[in-house]
Design a protein around this ligand. Structure first.
Ligand code: ATP
Ligand code: MG
Length: 414
């Protein structure tokens, strides 16, 4: 894309009321627009990043047998009453609304009940199981505080996967697969060395759930880390008993702030039994179904990548999620020969299927450099003073600042 056609502008200052670094940078670089606290629009560059993250998640979910669907945002009160989660005293993040005939509706903050209700029409026999379904969809939560930028939205994108198994063993096997798939996601998003599987509050069905916590000073959570043994424990479950059980010693632990980018949870029959979602086994006996729920905060993950990988000049995207791989800068906007060189190079890069943002604007080099640092595309290609005569361009790594001289053919061969 030509940057002259990109309607979004970079800006020096973020809005005064925006305190989170991720949103400050994303707003300044033109990725998102702040509609109100906890509510953000995704502009063309932001949507490209989001779609890259979604592609990674989708590939990993499909690889473990996930079937994608999309449930409704408008939800029936009766479905939520089945497990007693309609009451505002029980769930304090509800957004609710009404039909013209004053029927009450809820805006989905999660979809456990609703999915189970759907499945009652489709699952009868042991032959119908296991079932693994997921969606990537907007959730609504009336969060009390929303000071973490896109990391805590009142309207945000979540990937939620649900498993339905015949036995605990079958569920445990899938649970382990999800854990691996999640780590693949975080690895591909460039945050694996800061992201830990963390013991967290379980519930009635299992002693612990697992969270995926990414270390960051901007995180809202606190974890205790045993780096040597690669164990993290959420402070909400920290106790002497838990330490003994996990074979961890207090002296090996360091306290860290962190961001919960995902969590996985065994729910047992908490949702399935009340909806009468049972299956008939080989002998025709009616049996309960074990359910699991697995979330990734998709927009929170995007914010986390910004928090963890940015520097004082701006964002530093890893290649897999970057809006473009190359940022081609035409640095001599008054030199016809240089402009012609850059135009041809851009066309050739596009022809080769390279992903390029081409800064063809008639602004000075200093401004282009500053914008490029802020936007954070992994590879910058400078078309400068000697380029047209020598045929050599500079390739600069956003992450390390390393500069390489390349011929245009070498660049095109990358
Ligand atoms: P938190 O403890 O941060 O409030 P949660 O435990 O309520 O989150 P879940 O309901 O299990 O979260 O949601 C699954 C995932 O969705 C979380 O692990 C997190 O990554 C993400 N998430 C939860 N709430 C938000 C939010 N308000 N904005 C963005 N992402 C969120
Ligand atoms: Mg949580």
């Amino acid at each position: 894309m030509r940057q002259s056609e990109l309607f979004t502008k970079t800006r020096r200052e973020a809005p005064k009321d925006e305190v989170a670094k991720n949103a400050q940078l994303l707003i300044r670089a033109g990725y998102v627009h702040k509609e109100m606290a906890g509510v953000y629009s995704y502009l063309p560059l932001g949507l490209r990043v989001l779609n890259n993250i979604i592609d990674i998640i989708r590939q990993e979910m499909n690889a473990i047998g996930g079937k994608e669907l999309i449930l409704t945002t408008l939800q029936k009160k009766e479905v939520w009453e089945k497990v007693n989660r309609w009451d505002d005293e029980v769930v304090d993040v509800w957004f609710k609304t009404r039909l013209k005939d004053s029927t009450e509706l809820g805006l989905g903050f999660t979809h456990d009940e609703q999915l189970v209700n759907v499945l009652t029409e489709h699952i009868q026999s042991y032959k119908d199981l296991p079932v693994y379904v997921y969606q990537i969809q907007t959730k609504f939560r009336n969060e009390l505080r929303s000071k973490s930028g896109i990391m805590r939205g009142r309207e945000f994108l979540m990937k939620d996967l649900y498993s339905f198994n015949r036995t605990e063993e079958e569920q445990d096997a899938f649970y382990s697969k999800v854990m691996e798939a999640y780590m693949n996601v975080f690895k591909r998003c460039g945050i694996e060395d800061k992201t830990y599987v963390t013991f967290a509050t379980g519930g009635t069905f299992s002693q612990f759930s697992h969270e995926f916590q990414t270390l960051s000073e901007e995180g809202e959570d606190t974890v205790y880390l045993d780096q040597k043994n690669n164990i993290a424990i959420n402070e909400e479950v920290m106790s002497d008993e838990v330490l003994a059980e996990l074979g961890v010693h207090k002296k090996d632990l360091v306290q860290k702030k962190s961001i919960e980018v995902g969590n996985i949870f065994k729910q047992g029959t908490k949702f399935t039994d009340p909806f009468g979602l049972y299956y008939q086994d080989e002998r025709g006996e009616s049996k309960s179904i074990y359910m699991g729920g697995y979330g990734i905060g998709v927009t929170r993950l995007m914010g986390t990548i910004v928090e963890v990988l940015s520097d004082e000049k701006g964002i530093v995207w890893p290649e897999c999620v970057a809006p473009y791989t190359y940022h081609l800068l035409s640095l001599l906007p008054d030199d016809a020969e240089s402009i012609a060189f850059a135009n041809t190079l851009y066309a050739d890069m596009e022809k080769r299927g390279m992903s390029v943002l081409y800064d063809d604007r008639a602004v000075r080099a200093g401004e282009k450099f500053a914008d490029s640092d802020l936007i954070g595309i992994p590879w910058r290609v400078n078309v400068g003073k000697e380029t047209a005569s020598s045929g050599m361009v500079e390739l600069v790594s956003r992450a390390t600042g390393e500069v390489k001289k390349l011929s245009r053919d070498e660049l095109l061969a990358r």
